[in-house]
Unconditional design. Structure first.
Length: 262
């Protein structure tokens, strides 16, 4: 079969099909587009069609490929961790703008946020925690492959950093409401990293309550949240004694990150 024939037979989104075919064959996307008449080897065709079948069944492309780009970093991902989203790059932007010398990433998952900060602030001390040992192993592999030294610690919320303080605490906690219909489109991603309780705010309550004890004076807590949650999140931060609270929009104009200063 030719490239054109297998792409048509895949039955999935054309852009995603080209990505998977590139992975299956080693061809660049440009080559796939430029040479639709090229005949594929049988093993290339079979591998691609198997990958396309997984995508047609709903499995995310990032899990099929085993990697996802985030803030210019190629990160390994698997179903132990959330797939990094482009909107989370705003959280990194805001953290970097404050030029912290010490950073805590709570619930690091693949290590995306912590590693992006370390790449751009190599002198900063970056500590990353997660309650999932499997997620921390993914983060560890990413850190080793990218040659970025971050401290990885296993435990819930702030348990692994008892008695320590940082200039910035960053978190993308679970914030999806239990029963949210959007969950049906996310069957492959870990529920522990998605679900934020009956109102989606359970994680923010923990962060607001416990983060001040781990911030240095003048330090910032910055958190990503879902659409429409910014006012409630800022209310929690203010009730915890944080000042200069603010929310920042993503590229779609949706308030996506909120934060406050100790």
């Amino acid at each position: 079969m030719t490239i054109e024939e297998v792409l048509r037979a895949s039955g999935i989104d054309a852009r995603e099909a080209r990505l998977l075919l590139s992975a299956a064959t080693g061809f660049s996307e440009a080559s796939v587009l430029a040479h639709p008449e090229k005949e594929l080897l049988e093993k290339e065709k079979c591998l691609f069609l198997a990958m396309a079948a997984r995508r047609a069944a709903g499995e995310p492309v990032a899990y099929i490929l085993g990697h996802k780009e985030f803030y210019g970093l190629a990160l390994a991902v698997d179903p132990a961790v959330l797939i990094p989203r482009p909107e989370t790059e705003l959280l990194v932007d805001l953290a970097l703008a404050r030029e912290p010398k010490s950073v805590l990433d709570v619930g690091t998952g693949s290590g995306a946020i912590a590693l992006a900060i370390k790449r751009h602030r190599p002198q900063a001390r970056v500590v990353a925690t997660d309650a999932s040992a499997a997620a921390l192993e993914v983060a560890r592999r990413n850190a080793v492959r990218l040659n970025l030294e971050i401290e990885l610690r296993h435990g819930r919320w702030f348990e692994p950093v008892a008695g320590e303080r940082f200039e910035a605490i960053i978190s993308n906690p679970p914030y999806v409401v239990i029963g949210d219909p959007h969950l049906a489109a996310l069957p492959y991603e870990p529920r522990i990293a998605l679900l934020g309780g009956a109102d989606g705010l359970d994680g923010f309550r923990v962060l607001a309550r416990e983060a001040p004890a781990h911030l240095l004076p003048g330090g910032w807590l910055l958190v990503e949240h879902g659409e429409g949650q910014h006012e409630a999140v800022r209310g929690l931060l203010e009730a915890a004694g944080l000042e200069t609270t603010e929310s920042w929009p993503d590229l779609a104009g949706i308030p996506r990150v909120s934060g406050g200063k100790l």
